[in-house]
Design a protein around this ligand. Sequence first.
Ligand code: AMP
Length: 490
Amino acid sequence: MDILKQIDLWGQIAPDRPAHISEHGALTYGELCRQSDSLAGQLAQWLPDDGAPVIVLGHKQPEMLVAFLGCVKAAHPYIPLDTALPAQRIARISDTAGVRLVLTPEHIAEIVKLSRPAPTRRVTPLEPYYIIFTSGSTGEPKGVVITLACLTSFVDWMVNEQRFKEGEIFLNQAPFSFDLSVMDLYLALVTGGTLFSLTARQIASPKHLYQALATSGVTTWVSTPSFAQMCLVEKSFSAVMLPQVQRFLFCGETLPPEIAAQLLDRFPTAQVWNTYGPTEATVATTSIQIDRTILNRYSMLPVGHSKPDVQILILDQSGQTVKPSEQGEIVIVGPNVSPGYLKRPDLTQRVFFDYQGERAYHTGDIGYVQDDLLFFQGRADNQVKLHGYRIELGDIESHLCGLVQVRGAVVLPILKQDKVEALAAFVILNEEALNGSPDDSDFERSLALRNRLADHLPSYMLPRKFYFLTTFPLTINGKIDRRQLAETWL
Ligand code: AMP
């Protein structure tokens, strides 16, 4: 499918149909196409045709969609960033990516008012389409480059598999800076559907959230399992509140069987799907419909079958394929795998490689194949998922160690029934810092560190608990004994 042509087609045949609705207002397909053409014309005048990325910074505003399409219509990939990110992290991403232009909703509205649609050179299949930044283990966010070919491969697969009807309403829960949002955004736009965005304000207030959902008319629900779990707390969250829902599409973290079962009970005519994949392989690579048969058969739900053009390899530590149903690292090979991390050949070389003429990615996920289905069993490293957010614990540790008050830091997940509930930081303070304020309580110290960290990290990465230690326990190899810390304190 030609994604941009397909979206433009809806602009011609259904110009008055809403492409996007949020509490910020509505945007029709006619406006989306005209305004993105105008923005593209202006960008082509301002920027050399060098494929330099453009940051689009906002929170669920319709102008963000205009900017995404405007950028790629002028052959510039976009970096979607949410305003919830601290200014320092935005500045770091901007420096790493060599960004010359940051578009905010206000800018975009001004530009499209003053310019006219103009023909431009659009992004071609092998060029970067978007770049999504994820947590990096050394404290430096890394930009995953997704080409138009990667995105097309993902969209073609989902459209074929799900057989969406024209004009459906798709729930957008994730901010545009997370690749889960690519699922609802592009599946909505290529099928002439409407993207219904929930803002952080609505999500934070149960009253506003359920009011918004009840008026949304959502037919395809896209969210993390954690978000659905939160919604299920409300008893009226059912087919009475959302009578049109036909399917729930989940991705990004483990789907607990009890969540799938509750959804099937409360939405008897809807399907529940588990999909799996990292940002590095364009949103999702495997999928499976979770019905009663699957629920009865497996206590841990499978993540499913891979898309037809993808090979999943399960490799042991020496890189050899494991025997059937043995566990190992999940490696994804196929056209949806990213070329690599932006301007980081070192990181790219570590986890990406070419395999039988296709791009391949070492996910760092542990899994196995049974009954021809892929099962996810956890991580081989210190990456965790908290409420669907991908976090490298090393990212937080390195920012903690960068604070003058801190001599050493370890961050661990706090688990409840094997699910990450929150984060805990174990900190050794600097003597000088202690001398400066010897009477501070641990509570005051925790608060001070949290506030400092908040200048560098988004709020979902801030540890909930701080433990102040004078030494860390060590393993016989002399490494910090994370297991002992967890067993003693958590
Ligand atoms: P992200 O790049 O933020 O999409 O995170 C990708 C990681 O989330 C994967 O490498 C897995 O560790 C985890 N993940 C994604 N989908 C699932 C799923 N359906 N079940 C369990 N873990 C998942």
